[in-house]
Design a protein around this ligand. Sequence first.
Ligand code: GLU
Length: 431
Amino acid sequence: MVPPQTTENTDSNGAQQASNESALETARRQLRHAAGHLEIDPNIVRRLRHPTEVHEVTLPVERDDGRVEVFTGYRAQHDSVRGPYKGGLRYHPEVTRDECVGLAMWMTWKCAVMDLPFGGAKGGVAVNPKELSPQEKERLTRRFAQEIRDVIGPMQDIPAPDMGTDPQTMAWLMDAYSMQEGETIPGVVTGKPPVIGGSHGREEAPGRSVAIITQAVCEYYGRSLGDTTVAVQGYGSVGASAARLLDDRGANIVAISDVNGAMYDPSGIDTHSVPSHDEEPEAVTVYADETISNEELLTLDVDVLVPAALGNVLTEANANAVRADIVVEGANGPTTSTADSILDEREIPVVPDILANAGGVTVSYFEWLQDINRQSWALERVNEELELEMEAAWTAVRDEFESRTVSWRDAAYIVALSRIAEAHNARGLWP
Ligand code: GLU
């Protein structure tokens, strides 16, 4: 099985299912499981199983050869009790309504675990972005912006990059929206290029949070990063940033991979000398002396495994073969529910996506703050504030993990759900 490379692959789950469980099924199962640990009003849990709204649009786009092709786009808005909807837009052939809903639910929990004043959304277009020319991608994006214009906005719903989309996509979206509104509105999307109101450090942020959380969890289990071996699946913006930052912090990165396979070097890879997907697509195996498959990477005998490519890669078929001592989820939803139970029984801690890769949406929040306040923060400030936010979220999750003897995933869900339930209780049901 080979994972597709992604532009921002924090969200690389679900789209290409390695098992049959959909993102929505996984998300609902996780919600039910975590709610079982809390005295939370069942009416609120029932509400949270469903999105508030799912917008489906058709997008006629002129191909370069003059043919018009019609694509389907979605924007699923799950819950906004804590603030405007927030979450990425992905371009991938297997984007579906249900997948967007499941991913939107994860965004709701992710924003709550980070204590950001946002709810959760996710959207996308069922299209293979590799088959679009830049001009076609621009036309598709502008048309999508137009079709969802009424339901997005800086105080309503703020898209961001995701699988198959990037800062340029966000620039087109922001431009299309702004042209129609008659004024420049940078806060309508995050993950833009800094020159038009994007935040410094945003592209690297999901990988940075993976590195911060990996270091925290290693220290929690009494390991120093200097004595830690790490395998990272995926060398896109999440995997490459995480691998390089962990490398800089002293960890020994022994395997990295892309869609074509993995580079393996037990003596340690110089991660900066291997181009990320953004720098040179699909370069990992080209630069490798020794290669292994993506499947072999997942079962390497390492201290930490970081699946940062796509969803549902740890399944009932391989969870028993995982030999890592700790799993840190860089992608969204890389572990199926069954694999999660197997790893739990095997006492392999799995640090969940909604905490580990939450640096992306956290710096999106910083970007949104900068946009609506017409400010620009220096990179140092962004990174310092991100460290603080990750530290606070880590502490909250660790406290639940210790006091309730639950899994790391349940602990993160408990933090998130408690905050969301409290907000629902305070606001009440209308009308
Ligand atoms: N797509 C990213 C995620 O899943 C970022 C979302 C955002 O920044 O709004 O966390």
